[in-house]
Design a binder for this molecule. Structure first.
Ligand code: HAM
Length: 419
């Protein structure tokens, strides 16, 4: 056994499952790209203050879960627990908000939260996210939601739902806050909870303790306090979702784990994942950019949990075998060590013409090499020995069906491209 183990609670992907992870991640990214979003690559650590200000001190993420340390220059640094605050920082710092709006960007990478590890909840996890900054039209809200929904459908997921609500504009929230605080004052809260409620009274909707959640079931909900403008905008969002064929469920008690949300907020929930069922979530954040020192622009985005989406795909049986998403097109097997040089050169030519190819290295018995071909997940394999080389043609075998086909060696790349 190795002397070392990965730190507790981190997710790791290694072959063959890493191929499925990569497939899921690339499918999510692909849909962002299709909608005109461009890559932003950001540092995984930032000034701690950015997250305190951006994400909010009332949140578990900031108050309990950040990996914060002092660097060698005595600065307080935090491993990014989420992506939106860093994106805003970069957009402001690099003046992207001064150009064409909306700024539409996607990102993908590791995020860090010191949570209690359990299935689907990790201390290092992966997100694919998008942010659309600078327009507050409901069409953008639906564009963002549709990216996630299209990606889930493309992956073949069926057992998920979209929960959606609106947190309204500043006047909606102010009106609701007055009544909510009045309501909360009538509850008998312990000191810590009262402090939390003071920072953000909406947090109490997310409190899982039975006595609190039962008391909060009678609390006033924001959806009943929407201003005329917010109500109209939310109606447009719902109506466009219907046009797009995206089913949704209104959940007026939904509370996202981050404080910056305003307006449309949403979560995708998967039915087969148990306690950690949120496969992605997001929403609008009207005040975030100005809060971080930028222009007063609205934005909307999401973060999709790649780890959980992979688990959801597995739970729905989307990957029938471990390496089903292997991208290998062909696996070459040299018969006899004297033919290895020929096969190695053929492999190089195939790769030069863009065929994803591999071969059985080393002087292995045919049986073992065939097994490796099977395990590789390649679509085709072929054995190349003296007779193939002298005749200039080989037998291409489709691994799944066992069906074979004679192909000229010098037109192998072409033949693979055609099939
Ligand atoms: P979030 O809801 O905190 O939002 O995270 C988004 C997704 O990341 C979750 O739905 C979940 O799938 C995944 N996730 C979160 N924590 C963990 C964990 N410990 N282990 C595994 N997966 C996890 C945000 O992060 C916002 N920045 C999203 C956003 C972008 N809102 C607007 N723009």
């Amino acid at each position: 056994m190795s002397k070392f183990a990965a730190p507790k609670g981190v997710s790791e992907y290694f072959p063959p499952r890493s191929q499925n992870f990569e497939f899921v991640r690339n499918t999510l990214i692909g849909e962002a790209v299709v909608s005109g979003y461009q890559l932003i690559e950001l540092p995984v650590f930032e000034d701690t203050e950015l997250f305190k200000r951006g994400v909010g001190e009332s949140t578990d993420v900031v108050s309990k879960e950040m990996y914060t340390f002092e660097d060698r220059g005595g600065r307080s640094i935090t491993l990014r627990p989420e992506g939106t605050a860093g994106v805003m920082r970069s957009v402001i710092e690099n003046n992207l908000d001064k150009g064409q709006l909306p700024v539409k960007i996607w990102y993908s990478g590791a995020f860090f939260r010191a949570e209690r590890p359990q299935a689907g909840r990790y201390r290092q996890f992966y997100q694919v996210g998008v942010e659309a900054i600078g327009l507050s039209e409901p069409e953008i809200d639906v564009e963002v939601i549709a990216i996630a929904d299209r990606a889930f459908k493309k992956l073949g997921l069926k057992k998920y739902r979209l929960d959606i609500t609106s947190l309204g504009d500043a006047s909606s929230r102010a009106a609701h806050r007055v009544d909510l605080i009045k309501f909360i004052e009538g509850l008998n809260l312990d000191d810590a909870t009262a402090v939390r409620a003071k920072l953000n009274p909406l947090r109490l909707f997310d409190d899982k303790r039975p006595e609190i959640s039962s008391a909060m079931s009678k609390a006033p909900v924001l959806l009943d306090y929407l201003s005329e403008e917010s109500r109209k905008s939310f109606e447009s969002v719902k109506s466009l979702l219907e046009d797009f064929g995206i089913a949704y469920q209104i959940n007026p008690r939904m509370v996202r784990g981050l404080d910056y949300y305003t307006g449309t907020t949403f979560e995708f929930v998967h039915e087969l994942l148990g306690a950690q069922s949120g496969i992605g979530g997001g929403g609008r954040y009207d005040g975030l950019m100005s809060q971080l020192g930028g222009a007063d622009l609205s934005g909307i985005g999401f973060g999709l949990g790649v780890d959980r989406i992979l688990l959801a795909c597995e739970a729905e049986g989307i990957f029938s075998s471990d390496a089903v998403t292997s991208s290998l097109e062909i696996y070459l097997i040299p018969l006899g060590s004297e033919n290895t040089k020929f096969v190695t050169n053929l492999l190089n030519q195939l790769r030069n013409s863009g065929v994803i190819a591999d071969m059985s290295y080393g002087d292995r018995a045919l049986k073992g090499a065939m097994k490796s071909a099977d395990k590789s997940g390649a679509k085709y394999s072929c054995v190349i020995g003296e007779s193939e080389i002298s005749s200039g043609s080989l037998t291409l075998k489709e691994m799944k069906s066992g069906v074979t086909k004679e192909v000229r060696i010098d037109s192998l790349a072409q033949a693979l491209k055609e099939i």
